[in-house]
Every structure is written in structure tokens, then in C-alpha cells.
Ligand binder design. Structure first.
Ligand SMILES: *Cc1c(COP(=O)(O)O)cnc(C)c1O
Length: 456
């Protein structure tokens, strides 16, 4: 039965919007391990990073003590074109499940890029422009980050060069065209344009690419052109910082409703949306002010938290990026080609990895057919066609709501609905045709990949 104790959607007024991002690391007693220079195995310096990244973003990356970092005025203005995002009470999903649980989701798909990635893209493009750069290079996997960055670069008048993982480039021609419409130059990766791309093509003929390969190509393209820097859409601490806007808005909206979530669930690829959604809640937990159950959801085919090693590893296949201590499947790990559901990255944000190692959050791995079943169920009752990545969080939110039903508990569940799935129809088609299957890497496959971890 639908009760209207809270509205279906809760928005914030413009004056309630956050004016500073929240840096979760400031409240961690044990900080994430420092990034290491792969040549010297010493912590990387700002000077070394500034060859690759924009100066202001390097400062943010290395700052693990300042809790609040002001959002530049221009970025706040851009945010107003698509923020605040609504906090939605999933009344129809609750009714369909017959659960006493109260389910909420924070919907980040209401912008042309179709995901939360625009939150960080606009910040990164702003800092690149402010530094007087000509342009930026990046990688994109499923295409959402490249799309978001293209939009942000168009707005600030920056050149945007995107290396797109080859299998997505071929599967998602419309994503590519959106990027080109916003003025970006899109290259399938591994390409023959870079040294590292040529080497990967030679070592793995016919490869359909991976995020790790595309990152290596984009970094090489940035350092070999004057006036260019590399930007990354996930994994890094700066990206989690920008994504904290999601959690800050959610916490304010819950405050207006007089509600507190018990469980917070997010999908985890590189960890940026989850890190952003949980940031202020985890901050309360770290400061001992409140307790929340936090669940990261990852694909069973790319299970970095649940089956990975917590070790220093390369962020990219070409080993050009700094080493990061994180839960990793190994920088050479490429998820099986039948994996359609996004979240293909081999590692995990260092901040989330450290919090997971400290026991501050849980992780669960789910198989893609069950993820698409959850997506279908959600779409049919809540209306929104979810991105496959987001549907990992839906899967576990539904499982938790069904547990509440079995236990007769009216818990409050919040999950991150990171985006829409309109460009993922090839994956949906496979699911609809009954041709989607699951692949779980064997222990032997993972062991072979772990054997290549650097000795740091
Ligand atoms: C990129 C993406 C993700 C995963 O990336 P994170 O950095 O782990 O958040 C999840 N959902 C959508 C819709 C995405 O585009």
C-alpha cells in the first residue's frame, strides 16, 4: 500500500546546494597509502604529477587533510544546469516486492551524458581551462566518461581527445557520435597512434581493449603534446572528491525528510560514484557520530574487492601511471569478452580500498544475468531504464529489501542510480534474447594475473 509520508521526489532549493566538496580522507585516521613513482618506488611528488595532470587537480589528489574544498563559482553555475539530482522514494518498487523496507535512490542520469560522471568532468575541464591549457586527453570504457568530458570541454572551449575501448567503440556507435557532436576526437583503443597502443596490439592481436590499455594511450598522448594534460573519470581521490556532491545533496535531502538510511548501496567500478555517495555518511561513521551499513557491488566477472589482492599495482596496462595501493586483479587482467555490464576496471579507488581493508564497508559480487533481471524489474515499475552499471546496485537493493521482507524489518535503504542505459541496448538485446551468460574467472586465472603484480 502506498503511503505518502514522504514525497516521491525530494529536491533541494538552489540555496541548499553544496558550495564545497567533502574530502573524506580528511576524516580517516589511517590514510590511503601514497601513490608511488613506478621508477623510484618513492611517493610521487606534485612536480612529477604535474607533467601528467592539471596543477590544481594534483593539489586535490595529494591533499588528505582539508575536509572541505570550495567548488569554484563557474562549476557551481554549471552544476545548476542539471543539479540538484532528485532523491527518489521507490514506492513502486517497494510495492512490487511487497517489502516493508523503505527504498530510496539518488538519480544521477538526468543530464545528456546520462551519468554521474559529469560532476567530475566539469570540475576537471574548469581547472584545465583555468591553467590555460589547450586541451585534455582521456580514456573511456562504456563511453559515459568520454561523453561527460566532451560536454564539459565544449562548454569551456577545450580540445578533447578520447581513447575509447575498442569493444565499446564498435558496440556503441551512438555514444561516439554524441562525443563527436560535442567536438571531441574519438579513437578506438588500442590504436596505432601511440607507442603503447602499437605494443599492446602486437602482444594481443585482435584484442578488443580494456580501460587499462586506453589509460596508457591517453597518458602518452597528453605528455607528448604541448598544452595538454590527462584527465581520469574514476579511481583517483580527486574524482571521489568531486563526486561527493552526490552524497552531500543526499544527506541534506534526508535531513529535510527527517530520515536516516540504515544501508547505503552503490555499484563499484573504479569507485567514484560509491565514494561520492557515501562520503558524508562515511565521514559521520569515521567520526563516531553515526553508523551505516555500506555495500559496494561489483561484477562477479571483475571482482576486485571480493577476490582481489590489496597491493601496490599499476593503474594501467602500459605501466606509465603511478603505482597505487588498492584491491586489484592485476593490471593485465581483462574481463571476459561476454561481460556486458560495465565496471570493467581491474582496480579500485585507494580510499575505498583502505576503508574496505579497515572493515568500514562490505562488498558483494553479482552475476550479470541477475543484474539485468533486476534492471528489468526496476524499469517496469519505476520507469527509468537503468544503466547496467547502476543495475548492480539495484540487484543488491532488491536483495536487501527481500531480506527485510523475510525478517519483517522496515529498514531504510539508499542506493545510487548512477545513470541511464539508452546506449546499452546491445547488452539489453542479449538479455532479452536469452543470450546473456555469466562468466566468473577461475582462481587459476586470477593467480596468473596476481603473479604479475609489481614488487613494491
Ligand atoms: C562509470 C560508471 C559507473 C562506474 O564508475 P565508478 O567510478 O565506480 O562510479 C557506474 N555507473 C555509471 C552509469 C557509470 O557511467
Amino acid at each position: 500500500m502506498m503511503t505518502n509520508d514522504v514525497p516521491y521526489k525530494t529536491y533541494l532549493t538552489e540555496s541548499e546546494l553544496p558550495t564545497a566538496w567533502y574530502n573524506l580522507r580528511a576524516d580517516m585516521k589511517v590514510k590511503p597509502a601514497p601513490l608511488l613513482n613506478p621508477a623510484t618506488l618513492q611517493p610521487v611528488t606534485a612536480e612529477e604529477l604535474e607533467h601528467v595532470f592539471c596543477s590544481e587537480l594534483v593539489k586535490q589528489e595529494l591533499d588528505d587533510t582539508t575536509p572541505f574544498i570550495p567548488i569554484p563559482d563557474e562549476v557551481q553555475k554549471f552544476y545548476r544546469m542539471f543539479r540538484p539530482s532528485p532523491l527518489i522514494r521507490a514506492y513502486f518498487l517497494e510495492r512490487a516486492l511487497g517489502t516493508p523496507a523503505r527504498i530510496y535512490y539518488k538519480f544521477e542520469g538526468n543530464n545528456t551524458s546520462g551519468s554521474h560522471k559529469l560532476n567530475s568532468a566539469v570540475a576537471q575541464a574548469y581547472y584545465a581551462k583555468a591553467q590555460g591549457l589547450k586541451g585534455v586527453t582521456t580514456e573511456t570504457g562504456a563511453g559515459q566518461w568520454g561523453t561527460a568530458l566532451s560536454m564539459a570541454c565544449a562548454f569551456f572551449g577545450l580540445d578533447c581527445q578520447v581513447f575509447m575501448v575498442k569493444c565499446s567503440y564498435e558496440q556503441k556507435p551512438f555514444r561516439r557520435e554524441v562525443m563527436r557532436t560535442y567536438g571531441a576526437d574519438v579513437t578506438p583503443s588500442p590504436s596505432m597512434k601511440t607507442k603503447v597502443g602499437r605494443a599492446i596490439n602486437e602482444a594481443h592481436p585482435g584484442t578488443t581493449g580494456s580501460l587499462g590499455c586506453a589509460i596508457s594511450e591517453a597518458v602518452e598522448a597528453a605528455v607528448s603534446q604541448d598544452g595538454y594534460r590527462y584527465v581520469l573519470g574514476s579511481v583517483l581521490a580527486q574524482v571521489l572528491l568531486h563526486q561527493s556532491i552526490i552524497g552531500l545533496e543526499a544527506r541534506t535531502a534526508f535531513g529535510k525528510l527527517g530520515v536516516k538510511p540504515d544501508t547505503i548501496i552503490g555499484c563499484a567500478g573504479g569507485g567514484s560514484n560509491l565514494g561520492g555517495l557515501i562520503a558524508p555518511f562515511m565521514g559521520e561513521k569515521l567520526r563516531g557520530e553515526a553508523d551505516y551499513r555500506i555495500i559496494a557491488v561489483e561484477p562477479a566477472s571483475c571482482p576486485s574487492l571480493t577476490r582481489g589482492r590489496y597491493a601496490y599495482d599499476f593503474c594501467d596496462t602500459g605501466k606509465v601511471c603511478p603505482l597505487q595501493k588498492m584491491y586489484t586483479l592485476g593490471h593485465d587482467f581483462i574481463p571476459s569478452a561476454n561481460h556486458a555490464g560495465g565496471l570493467r576496471y581491474h582496480g579500485m579507488s585507494a580510499t575505498l580500498s583502505e576503508l574496505y581493508a579497515q572493515g568500514m564497508m562490505e562488498a558483494r559480487a553479482v552475476e550479470q544475468t541477475s543484474v539485468f533481471r533486476a534492471a528489468e524489474q526496476f524499469a517496469r515499475v519505476e520507469g527509468i531504464l537503468p544503466a547496467p552499471e547502476s543495475s548492480h546496485a539495484i540487484r543488491v537493493a532488491i536483495d536487501e529489501a527481500l531480506r527485510c521482507k523475510a525478517e519483517g524489518k522496515a529498514e531504510t535503504i539508499l542506493f545510487g542510480l548512477t545513470g541511464t542505459g539508452y546506449f546499452d541496448m546491445v547488452a539489453y538485446q542479449k538479455f532479452n534474447d536469452g543470450e546473456m551468460n555469466d562468466y566468473i574467472p577461475t582462481d587459476e586465472e586470477l593467480a596468473a594475473s596476481f603473479a604479475k603484480l609489481p614488487q613494491a
